[in-house]
Design a protein around this ligand. Structure first.
Ligand SMILES: [Zn+2]
Length: 426
């Protein structure tokens, strides 16, 4: 149990620091860490590192040497700050990604201006997830400012490339043992999942490419060729008529939010066939057509059955278009992430949310994946969740914003949960 007086001191330190927390978020938004291509990562890592150093953290910069996306022009620089406490208690690692998606169209404010208005911070990344990084930094700092003894170790990392898979970021730290089950007890990722919700994982992802091969022929005599586009059409027909209704009937018991994502889904990322449309046209039957699919699968389905179902679907298309040859190539498989129900990190955040917001936490799972997968699957740390300020629906939108009261409340929740984990884990 954390002493009530300690809780009060930490909460009032965070209230007192609220302008600083807002300014820190604004400063982060003004560093345009746009991915792709990965702008200003080094500047952002040093901004975080310099602050953490001033607040008595040991700071390491971990550069993703050897990764193809790490270039001289766009270096992949991660930062980790460590503050060791006195009790030999557990290590709580707070991880946020520094990269943001491109601004895109439709903004009414400067996406990198860090505008603060009507109790909100606006900007690309304000919600996803620079507010979360600020919350992590000030959650840790408030414990020190309040003079409360730290019975374990706090680590804060700012990592790159989450939006493009996290391979030079959290995956790199996990592969190099910086986040590992031998040294890391609990991980909280302050992604914008709403201030009263704890995210316990995500559905699985299966990206695959289907190639249909036909036979060239003269366009005036298409019956002498075999159209790969027609063949792909057969496959798409099976997807629409057979697969989609089957997927729409499969609902997971995992509380994925929004509720529409509680079902198994498939999306067609892109399709390409025949001659390029902008080039000079010649009368040809298309001998090649390719499409990339994004299948999100449920824990109840599992990967093997998901993959087998696609193979069956392709076999059916082959029977409908016997002259076309279909090949399936796996592009990416992300296995499910699912925090154990009885994980102390869920319990600690739930207790802190009750204390700060006066209500129990909602447990949700994310429709898309995030760095949780690398923590669970490469580092082997099961006790990982996402919890942080900002609304999930605002992520990647024009006029993205984070509410200041959510930011301050999430900072309090993270501070109390961090102490709670150290206390319970001793
Ligand atoms: Zn994010």
């Amino acid at each position: 149990m954390i002493a009530a007086a300690d809780i009060d001191r930490i909460v009032s330190e965070i209230d007192r620091a609220s302008d600083e927390i807002v300014q820190f978020t604004v400063d982060l938004v003004r560093i345009p860490t746009v991915n792709p291509p990965g702008e200003a990562y080094e500047t952002c890592a040093h901004f975080l590192g310099d602050y953490l150093k001033r607040r008595a953290f040991d700071v390491e910069y971990i550069v993703a040497e050897g990764r193809p996306e790490h270039t001289r022009r766009h270096p992949r620089v991660n930062v980790v700050g460590t503050r060791r406490g006195t009790g030999g208690g557990p290590v709580v690692h707070l991880n946020g990604h520094v990269d943001v998606v491109p601004a895109g169209e439709g903004w009414t404010v400067d996406p990198f201006g860090g505008v603060v208005r009507d109790g909100m911070i606006f900007g690309r990344g304000a919600c996803d997830m620079k507010a979360g990084l600020a919350a992590a930094v000030f959650a840790a700092d408030a414990i020190a400012r309040a003079g409360v003894r730290l019975p374990g170790t706090i680590e804060i990392s700012g990592t790159v490339d989450e939006e493009s898979g996290g391979f030079a970021g959290v995956a790199y730290l996990a592969e190099h043992g910086r986040i590992a089950k031998e040294r890391t007890d609990f991980v909280i990722i302050p992604e914008p999942l709403n201030v009263d919700r704890i995210c316990i994982g995500h559905r699985g992802v299966y990206w695959f490419e289907v190639t249909a091969r036909g036979k060239m022929g003269h366009g005036s005599m298409p019956f002498l060729g075999v159209s790969a586009i027609d063949g792909m059409g057969r496959l798409l027909q099976s997807v629409r008529e057979q697969l989609r209704p089957a997927l729409a009937a499969r609902r997971t018991a995992v509380p994925v939010a929004p509720a529409g994502a509680r079902y198994a889904t498939i999306n067609i990322n892109g399709i390409e066939g025949g001659q390029p449309l902008d080039g000079i046209q010649t009368p040809c039957v298309a001998d090649l057509c390719r499409a990339v699919f994004d299948r999100r699968f449920l824990v109840e389905e599992g990967f093997e059955a998901t993959k087998a179902e696609i193979a069956q679907l392709v076999a059916r298309a082959t029977s409908l278009a016997p002259d076309v040859r279909f090949d399936v190539r796996d592009l990416m498989v992300v296995h499910l992430a699912n925090t154990p129900d009885d994980s102390p990190v869920i319990a600690a955040l739930d207790r802190s949310i009750r204390r700060i917001l006066g209500k129990p936490a909602d447990l949700i799972a994310s429709p898309g994946t995030y760095d949780h997968k690398h923590v669970a699957q490469i580092a082997g740390v099961p006790h990982c969740v996402a919890y942080g300020p900002g609304k999930l629906e605002m992520a990647h939108q024009p006029d993205e914003y984070c509410r200041i009261d959510d930011l301050v409340n999430a900072t309090k929740v993270m501070a109390l949960a961090t102490l709670d984990l150290m206390d319970a884990g001793r």
